[in-house]
Design a protein around this ligand. Structure first.
Ligand code: 5GP
Ligand code: MN
Length: 348
């Protein structure tokens, strides 16, 4: 299977990137109250981008605030030792006030307000100018003052690297290097996913030079599984079924599983990566039953555009990694529907 050739990566539109970066710098200097946010269930790239941008704004003399919909997963808590990140639900009134009165709101690692869940409405209604920095495929759902996007980038964190580079690479101190490295490492699946190129390594080499510790970061983020999670993983593995001669694999995690193994949605991290490691599998789905919804992860290899499939369920993401959130329903019934939809999709 052919992926990107190493070294082929370049910013899709360097001229536009530069122009938009300048507009962002101007908007920052005009603004006092700046808020950063990201998508529900933040991953390493979402958190790494937010924390790096927070530190950068502090260097610019600003007092930014990060407000997230979901709590930080346990294995990323070490990135936010000072507990800078606010959680929307913890003080909804105050957070609504902050959003309402902001001058500027940055939405990182997603281009859809709706991915911030119940923060979407206060964001929409806020007088603030909104800026999106993201590497996902576009959506016309929302209005932004500036969109700094590059869908060739393996991570939002690597877009930020380019943005800092346009100004002065010395912005990237040890802390920022650590955040950006964490973002790139996690969003590339530790340098295995298709958008990993020669450029990814040269950016990461520079981040290591500037103080990011790759061994320590890997250890903190990945070598930290709790024993209950291993049991949940075992259950997940036994749930996997194969279809279309082994080209499609589907696994399910239910509310009962979470209950049985004292775990929750953050413990599902990595399951979709695992499913794609099975020989012969070209597409993999993970269906996770939550209290009020079903969360689906869709993965594919090569030319199968799984984002287009996710769109059928109002989801989105990237060509080879996408997801969707659906109203609560029986996960096994939904699985049947998913497989029959995939059959039609695959034929096309
Ligand atoms: P994951 O399966 O790891 O949750 O998500 C994989 C990719 O799909 C992420 O890049 C994420 O942005 C996207 N994604 C996941 N869930 C949703 C969703 O409910 N809506 C949209 N638009 N994208 C999603
Ligand atoms: Mn990302």
């Amino acid at each position: 299977m052919k992926y990107f050739k190493a070294g082929q990566y370049k910013l899709i539109n360097p001229g536009k990137f530069k122009k938009n970066s300048k507009r962002i710098i101007n908007l920052i200097s005009e603004s006092k109250k700046i808020i950063l946010t990201t998508h529900i269930n933040p991953d390493g790239d979402a958190l790494g981008s937010e924390l790096a941008f927070y530190d950068y704004l502090k260097q610019m003399g600003k007092k930014p605030v990060i407000i997230n919909h979901s709590p930080t997963p346990d294995n990323f808590k070490f990135l936010d030792r000072k507990k800078i990140i606010r959680f929307y639900h913890r003080d909804r009134e105050e957070n609504n006030r902050l959003l309402k009165n902001a001058d500027l709101i940055f939405i990182l690692d997603t281009n859809q307000y709706s991915r911030t869940k119940c923060m979407a409405d206060p964001i929409r209604k806020s007088q603030a100018k909104k800026i999106c920095i993201d590497h996902h495929l576009g959506s016309n759902e929302n209005h932004y003052e500036v969109i700094l996007s590059d869908t060739n980038s393996p991570a939002t964190s690597s877009i930020l690297y380019e943005y800092f580079k346009l100004q002065n690479l010395n912005i990237i101190n040890r802390k920022i290097a650590t955040y950006l490295y964490a973002g790139i490492m996690t969003d590339t699946g530790s340098f295995r996913y298709p958008r990993t190129t020669e450029k990814t390594f040269s950016v990461c080499a520079d981040l290591v030079k500037r103080g990011a510790d790759p061994v320590w970061l890997y250890d903190e983020i990945y070598n930290n599984l709790n024993p209950e999670k291993i049991k949940l993983f075992g259950k997940f593995v036994t749930s996997i079924t194969y279809h279309f001669g082994g080209k499609l694999a589907v696994g399910v995690v239910t509310l009962q599983d979470f209950k049985d193994y004292h775990s929750d949605v953050q413990d599902v991290e990595g399951f979709s990566t695992f499913i794609m490691s099975i020989g012969g599998v070209e597409a993999g789905f993970v269906i996770v039953e939550l209290k009020d919804s079903l969360k689906c992860s869709f993965r594919s290899k090569g030319n199968i555009n799984i984002k287009a499939f996710a769109n059928l369920f109002n989801g989105g993401g990237h060509k080879n990694a996408a997801g969707a959130s659906l109203p609560h329903q029986n996960p096994f019934e939904f699985k049947k529907r998913l497989i029959s939809e995939y059959k039609k999709f695959y034929k096309k």
